[in-house]
Structures are given as structure tokens and as C-alpha cells.
Design a protein around this ligand. Structure first.
Ligand code: IPD
Ligand code: CA
Ligand code: CA
Length: 260
């Protein structure tokens, strides 16, 4: 039943994305100069809420635009109605709906749907991860030096030791490909599918990563914070890899040099 609702909610949000894509919609700014929210984010969020509430009116909802809708429930749906809003607003089809379902603080299911690439990622705790109903698994690269990585940058410049630009520069100077797609949920799913060997980001919110981190774990990968502790979506740092390059990339993120 949860799966059915999750799929319906992701489909409902994605229909709104498709309806507005490349059309006319109102765009406003949140904190920071290019941190956008569009009419489509609100419409997608509304459609997702309706789909969940139809089946589970008492469940807790946490969603990027509406915030927390606290209910006395052991189930919490963590929603990013559009992840990759800047892409969406510019007509770049790298954006998605992302929904994770938590039970008593543990992520049990997640869906990430990019309707433009027609890619539906789904994960269930203990059951694996899939892309359009085909099982996926992480890559088998052994070294950072031969890896293809992806990262993201916060909307406002983050001035911290080993900050996003320092790590990016260190990797790029050694000739390691580090992509920047603009959607953390897609970044995570593409690690799960073995397209990228690793993803790191310094300042994520629970809705960016809730579904995607489960996707990576269920595809056989490893997800931690920057100290190497098990990942929690309620803190900002995320490192997700195929497992094999995890310690090496962790060392680089914490100030270590890139060994080739
Ligand atoms: C953003 C995207 C982006 C990441 C940012 C997120 P939004 O989410 O996931 O890739 O770098 O940190 O805030 O604003 O498009 O939902
Ligand atoms: Ca997001
Ligand atoms: Ca968003």
C-alpha cells in the first residue's frame, strides 16, 4: 500500500512539472539571489500532498515549500516537489520529484522521478533499488583516480575549511571528472545506477537526499557524513559512493591529497 501511494504521489507531482515545463509560470526568490521557487513547485507539492493524504491523512509531512506538517504518526513523508528547480526554471530537463518515507526515524522507501528523461527510480529498505523496474547497482571502480564524480554547490557561498570549491579544485587539478548536474536527488540516483562512482555535497536538506540516499544504499553503495558516520538526512554533509572508493574520497574531503 505504501508503495502504491508513493508511486502515485511521485506521478502526480511529475504531471505538474510536465504541465508547466517551458511554459509561463511565476518565479520568486527565496534566501540568496538564485534560490528560486516557481509556481510549478507549489503545484507539484499540492498534488503530492493530495495523493498522500487520500490514503494516509494522519501521516507527518515534511516538504521543502510547506515545511513541516506535524502529525502524531510514526510515518513521515519527506518531499522535494521539484529537485533541480534552477534547471526546471531554465528549461533544462534535469529535475525530478523526490519523496522518501520514514518509519520511526528510518528511511524505508524512496522514489525519484524525472519525467523528462522518463526515469523512475524506486528503492525499498532490504529489497534493492530499481530504475524503471530494472534492478540497479553501483559501479565497481576501485580508485578515485579513475572515477567519475558529481557534486553540488549551495546557493550561497560556503566559506569553510575544505569547502566545496577547495575540494572541487583539488580534484579538477588532478584531472578527475567532477560533474555538476544541479539536482542532488538525481546525483544520488545516478550513483545508485553506476553512472557516477561518487557524489558529495556540503549543505543539503533532508528533502534533497531522503529518497536518494536509500537508493544508493539499496544499490549496494555506501552513504555517510564527512566524518564517515552513518548518514542522517538531518545534517548537511553527504558522501555517497560505490563503497570501494569511499575511504579514499572521505580522506580527500577531509583535507587529504589526491593520489594518482
Ligand atoms: C538543490 C539541488 C542542487 C543542490 C542544492 C539543492 P532545489 O535543490 O538539489 O543540486 O546543489 O544544494 O538545494 O533547490 O533545486 O530543490
Ligand atoms: Ca532540493
Ligand atoms: Ca526543491
Amino acid at each position: 500500500m505504501f508503495k502504491q501511494t508513493l508511486l502515485a504521489a511521485a506521478e502526480a507531482g511529475a504531471s505538474e512539472m510536465v504541465r508547466f515545463f517551458n511554459g509561463q509560470f511565476v518565479i520568486s526568490n527565496k534566501e540568496g539571489i538564485n534560490n528560486l521557487v516557481t509556481e510549478a513547485d507549489h503545484a507539484a507539492e499540492k498534488a503530492i500532498f493530495e495523493a498522500i493524504r487520500k490514503d494516509f491523512p494522519d501521516h507527518f509531512l515534511l516538504s521543502e515549500e510547506a515545511g513541516e506538517i506535524i502529525q502524531d504518526s510514526t510515518y513521515k513523508w519527506i518531499i522535494d516537489p521539484i529537485d533541480g528547480t534552477v534547471n526546471f526554471a531554465n528549461g533544462i530537463p534535469l529535475c525530478c520529484v523526490s519523496i522518501g518515507l520514514e518509519q520511526e526515524g528510518k528511511m524505508i522507501m524512496g522514489a525519484v522521478y524525472n519525467p523528462f528523461l522518463k526515469e523512475f527510480f524506486f528503492a525499498q529498505k532490504g529489497w534493492g533499488a530499481s530504475l524503471n523496474d530494472h534492478k540497479i547497482s553501483v559501479s565497481s571502480k576501485e580508485k578515485v583516480g579513475s572515477s567519475c564524480l558529481v557534486t553540488g554547490f549551495p546557493y550561497t557561498y560556503l566559506d569553510a575549511p575544505n569547502g566545496p570549491l577547495q575540494i572541487f579544485e583539488k580534484l579538477i587539478r588532478k584531472g578527475i571528472p567532477v560533474r555538476r548536474l544541479g539536482s542532488a536527488a538525481i546525483d544520488l540516483c545516478w550513483v545508485a545506477a553506476g553512472r557516477f562512482d561518487g557524489f558529495y555535497e556540503h549543505k543539503l536538506q533532508a528533502w534533497d537526499s531522503a529518497a536518494g540516499f536509500l537508493m544508493v544504499e539499496e544499490a549496494g553503495g555506501t552513504v555517510t557524513d564527512f566524518s564517515g558516520s552513518p548518514y542522517s538526512p538531518y545534517q548537511p554533509h553527504l558522501l555517497a559512493t560505490n563503497g570501494k572508493i569511499h575511504n579514499e574520497l572521505l580522506h580527500i574531503i577531509n583535507g587529504g591529497e589526491v593520489a594518482l
